[in-house]
Ligand binder design. Sequence first.
Ligand SMILES: [Cu+2]
Length: 406
Amino acid sequence: MCDTGGYGVIPVGFTPNTRTVMQIVVSGSPATADAPYDLAALQEAFTPTNPAVDGVFKKGQNPILVGQPAYNAAYDTLFDLVKPYWGFSNIFSTELNFKTVAGDSITIPMQPKAIQDEMGEVFDPEYGRMMGAMGVELPLTNAQNQNFVLQGYIDKPTEIIDMEMEALSPVAADGTQIWKITHNGVDTHPVHFHEFDAQLINRVGWDGFITLPDPTELGWKDTIRVSPLEDTIVAVRANMPKIPFGVPDSIRPLNPSAPIGSTEGFSPTDPYTGLPLATPVTNELYNFKWEYVWHCHILSHEEMDMMRPIQINVSTLLPGTPVLQAGGTAGGTISLRWTDPTPAAAPSTLGNLSNEIGFRIMRRPVNDAGVVIGPWAQIGTALANATTYTDSTTTVAKKYRYRVVA
Ligand SMILES: [Cu+2]
């Protein structure tokens, strides 16, 4: 120990220190001698001298959404330097005109979002403590007239995204969104997006001065600085991960900590008009579809409600019908076996809109003549992609009819 506390000099790589979080020790030795480190080859991979060869950004990442001159080298192209399709937002812009990597000219209306964190302007309704919050900017605000409606985490989603299936260049109306985040407060917040990464387009001060992304802010980011008294513009596009099973919607009370029917804690203001809500919001079961969030990544800010849900509308189709076979003897075990229309091993099952979330196993009693004498009852469930179920709850000498519902 040192006379001022703490340890003496600790070799790098040894605990206790604040440098080593996890250490991986590799045993054994390589079959062949290590190739010498080739810096030139690494640089060539990132910025090929041959324009016909793609660099690692183009090869390894989904195409950026909004073409800008900073990406000219990455895509070996010349994006527009001047309006209209230059891919930048002015302070008064309500839509973004840009060119895609594929060369299409696209116009997308911007969605007005808001952040506020100033003492006396945003506070928690229970104790009056200063806090930060997110919300929506009212349409057509400007440098002289900023106005916004803050929303708590329990208020209904205002960030609603239609899921696009393929990770390709955007086209109009495919679910790509441009968010113009107006920050009417005092501190810079690292705003983090779940489910999708965002492309920073530009920032624009309320004096109209446009700031381009820093070199370290180019490409895809999951967290973006949002600073006060300026607008931060980002492009987002959700790509559904291709999975071999269905995912249930998130259906839950708007405020899980309050009884259904409670009106406490909800914003009294219509987030789209700024007018008082004619009917107050009451706590209800709400379908968030695929539910994600965006929030300030400073933990204390996130905890004080600087977070909003994101509702992602994912397309689904009804699963196909399983074909059922049964064998066994009542009183013993009855083995059910069925076909899964989207079997796990089939390549077409990945990302299939008709993937089942699971199966319900149903049973009803029949008499000796096969005539139904009782209602269907659910006796069990099976996971998605399962094809068997064993019923050991039958009574000897009874007869049953089964069905499996995807
Ligand atoms: Cu924050």
